[in-house]
Design a protein around this ligand. Structure first.
Ligand SMILES: Cc1cc2nc3c(=O)[nH]c(=O)nc-3n(C[C@H](O)[C@H](O)[C@H](O)COP(=O)(O)O)c2cc1C
Ligand code: SF4
Length: 467
């Protein structure tokens, strides 16, 4: 394959789901991954006695926060896990969920010429659809930039969802896979790409078979390649994802992927999130009016919130864009758990920083920045008086240190240093401010730039907790 041992070694050692074995060392009989995400940490999982040869790994968020505590027994997700369910999952054969036959009405209209390209793009603009992977870039504008690059072009579906607290993309792939794939094929048609790559995070390996079946039966000439990640959060960043698809370590690049020289295989590449593509299909089926008056508190449209933590009914909630956290909890989540009062929340997962209950900005793009955070992929994790925010912050800092790709010094060294500082009895504000400044200013990608939100938001909104 014309690969040097160093290239193999650096790639194999980069991904958490690859295992390097010494000569004659046997692979474990089974791997049990116990989730340590923010919601699962509220409900610690006691595994009891496990069969011989099972290797237990504590891992970052597994993307099922509404079913905490969660474990992955090999490929099998164990929801609301306890020792008995885990033992069963390790022992019994598993049948993955399979989607049934689907139709693709919007795609048919696109391919037959009934819906012209420009009309489709205008409709997405009228709806104001923005990227749901976290950055919120206007979808139609991105499609136009990609289409303006010389072909051949590619489309990538980003199903690497790894932000702690986010689980909406899993839900869309479980419940609306056909609409997501239809959205991907419409995107490919709109930018005139003839191939699509779907990059599925390895924690969702149980969905692989069902997706492969659905893809096999798709209409049209566009090829969809289904690829599995190998356990690296940073590969959700679009340029790292492209590196990973090319078989390398997931090191983010510094240019947008629609420019040919940094796109996948040197081709201009459109990267869209799973949820974005779901909305493409639904908006073009139902019209931009679907988003018309649905927003709340001055915002527009619908969006999905992954709600977890101390609420009665956690889950994926399709709700008015711009809803506040208390509206979301009371109207969509059955209220707070008994005995718990809202104290704090993460509006946008680990990266978006903490907010206190007294601050209730609209949960929408651009509305949280004035408080020092952001909505990102709308992973709303709810904490109560029972939660130790310093301990949560340390957990999240460990996550970033674990997931830093190591390419740039501010992030590689900064995330490791932050863990040491946050683990101490008193937080050194001057030092942590200084560290945050360097990481924000000088890190290459969003991981290193956003990691300081963890402690900076506690200094800003919860001084009583950290001093
Ligand atoms: C550290 C990091 C992790 C990311 N993880 C994801 C992810 O898991 N899924 C995703 O769709 N976008 C993720 N993104 C955003 C992508 O880079 C990109 O903006 C997105 O896939 C574009 O699709 P969209 O316009 O449909 O949102 C991440 C960004 C960063 C900086
Ligand atoms: S900021 Fe962190 S994750 Fe991003 S390129 Fe630098 S070291 Fe890698």
């Amino acid at each position: 394959m014309r690969l040097s041992p160093a290239e193999v070694q650096e790639t194999a050692s980069f991904y958490a789901h690859f295992r390097l074995l010494d000569d004659h060392e046997a692979a474990p009989a089974a791997v049990l991954r116990r989730c340590t995400g923010p919601a699962c940490s509220m409900r610690p999982l006691d595994l009891g006695a496990l069969p011989d040869g099972v290797m237990v790994e504590d891992v970052p968020c597994t993307g099922l926060c509404d079913h905490a505590p969660v474990a992955l027994a090999g490929k099998v997700p164990v929801r609301r896990a306890d020792a008995a369910k885990v033992a069963r999952a390790l022992a019994e054969p598993y049948s993955p969920p399979m989607p049934s036959g689907e139709s693709f009405p919007v795609l048919d209209r696109c391919l037959s010429g009934e819906l012209p390209r420009d009309e489709a793009l205008t409709e997405l603009e009228r709806a104001g659809l923005r990227g749901m992977g976290g950055a919120g870039f206007p979808t139609a504008r991105k499609w136009r930039s990609v289409a303006a690059q010389p072909g051949p072009r590619l489309v990538v579906v980003n199903a690497d969802e790894g932000e702690p607290g986010t689980f909406k993309d899993r839900w869309f792939l479980e419940n609306h896979a056909a609409q997501v794939l239809e959205g991907a094929l419409i995107a490919a048609w709109a930018v005139e790409a003839d191939e699509v790559y779907l990059y599925l995070r390895d924690e969702y390996a149980d969905l692989h078979k069902g997706l492969a079946t659905l893809i096999r039966d798709l209409p049209g000439d566009i090829t969809i390649h289904l690829r599995r990640g190998a356990g690296a959060y940073v590969c959700g960043e679009e340029s790292a994802l492209i590196e990973s698809l090319e078989g390398k370590r997931g090191l983010p690049r510094q240019r947008p992927p629609y420019v040919a020289e940094v796109g996948l295989f040197g081709r201009p590449t459109l990267v869209n999130n799973v949820e974005t593509l779901y909305w493409v299909s639904r908006l073009l089926a139902e019209g931009a009016e679907l988003f018309g008056n649905e927003g709340r508190n001055g915002h527009h449209g619908l969006r999905t919130y992954s709600v977890s933590g101390r609420v009665k009914e956690p889950g994926v909630k399709i709700a008015p864009n711009g809803i506040t956290v208390s509206e979301l909890i009371d109207e969509f989540c059955g209220g707070m758990e008994d005995g718990h009062v809202l104290a704090a929340y993460l509006p946008g997962g680990a990266s978006g920083g903490f907010l206190p209950a007294r601050l209730q900005p609209p949960l929408a793009f651009g509305a949280i920045e004035e408080h020092g955070g952001f909505i990102g992929s709308a992973a709303v994790v709810v904490f109560s008086q029972a939660d130790d925010l310093r301990a949560v912050a340390l957990n999240l800092a460990r996550f970033f240190a674990h997931e830093s790709c190591g390419q740039c010094t501010p992030c590689r060294v900064g995330t490791a240093k932050s863990v040491g500082l946050l683990a101490g009895p008193a937080w050194d504000r001057d030092l942590l401010d200084d560290l945050a400044g360097v990481m924000r200013d000088a890190s290459i990608c969003g991981l290193g730039q956003a990691a300081p939100n963890v402690w900076q938001s506690l200094f800003r909104h919860f001084p009583e907790v950290v001093t």
